[in-house]
Design a binder for this molecule. Structure first.
Ligand SMILES: *Cc1c(COP(=O)(O)O)cnc(C)c1O
Length: 247
């Protein structure tokens, strides 16, 4: 049997320092935007980092964690569960339909739903393998570059138009439409990206008033995302250090 995951005190102290810095950035950004800290949930993005870091984060009170690859996330979630902890796992990466059955077993929320086909696959998997609905955020393409993923706002496309994907999720038995997610497109100033996202979100909420989550902002641009209404920021490197490879 593998040895159980443990927390290294030195590593935990390192993460505590990163966490204090990120929390102060979030507080300052909330204050500047006239918002309260409790309006913003920080998701610690633990991709490429070991299960021990998830335990260290939990020990520091961080129980929302994000992952972007099913294979890595499912193994890590199993290790963490074995250690007796059940943080909330947020799946934030591009997702293939054939991974739906795996993801619904450990994820509490999927932030990257961007097609009717993926929504249907997640609904079927959630109905079969979960006892409560899966939270879904729809990933929005801000530059309409289909290759980078994201549903298309203002598009009547029946497969990847934001309206069609939202209707599918809203009508699904085993999914709960929670809100929207976006990543600033390459080469865009974050202001431009998150201003556009705020505009899309405002229109979206007139149709889906309960879907108020807005997942936006990472280590480099979380202040700007908070200024434009982010309710969830996804922070990796500022907490855990630079990842060895960009992904
Ligand atoms: C990796 C990743 C993040 C975190 O990025 P950092 O710059 O390390 O904070 C956030 N969102 C998504 C979708 C990611 O893949």
């Amino acid at each position: 049997m593998d040895s159980p995951v443990t927390v290294d005190p030195g590593r935990s102290a390192e993460i505590a320092a990163g966490l204090a810095h990120v929390r102060s950035r979030i507080s300052a950004a909330c204050a500047a935007a006239g918002r309260t800290d409790s309006e913003v949930t920080m998701i610690a993005v633990t991709k490429t980092y070991p299960a021990g870091d998830v335990l260290a984060l939990a020990g520091l009170g961080v129980l929302d964690v994000g992952e972007n690859r099913d294979q890595e996330a499912s193994a890590k979630a199993a290790e963490v569960a074995e250690a007796g902890l059940t943080p909330r796992w947020h799946f934030i990466g591009q997702l293939q339909r054939n991974k739906a059955r795996s993801v619904v077993r450990y994820a509490d929320a999927v932030h990257s739903v961007d097609s009717v086909r993926l929504a249907r696959a997640l609904d079927a998997a959630s109905a079969a393998h979960r006892d409560r609905p899966l939270e879904v955020l729809l990933q929005v393409s801000l530059d309409s570059d289909a290759a980078r993923g994201g549903a298309l706002p203002d598009s009547p496309d029946p497969g990847v138009g934001l309206g069609a994907v939202a209707e599918t999720v809203a009508g699904a038995q085993a999914l709960r439409l929670a809100g929207l997610m976006a990543v600033a497109p390459l080469g865009w100033e974050p202001e431009r990206a998150f201003a556009r996202l705020a505009e899309v979100a405002a229109g979206f909420r007139t149709v889906h008033p309960g879907a108020v989550a807005l997942s936006a902002g990472m280590s480099g641009d979380l202040e700007i995302a908070i200024r434009y209404g982010a309710t969830h920021v996804r922070v990796g490197s500022a907490l855990l250090g630079m990842r060895p490879t960009l992904r």
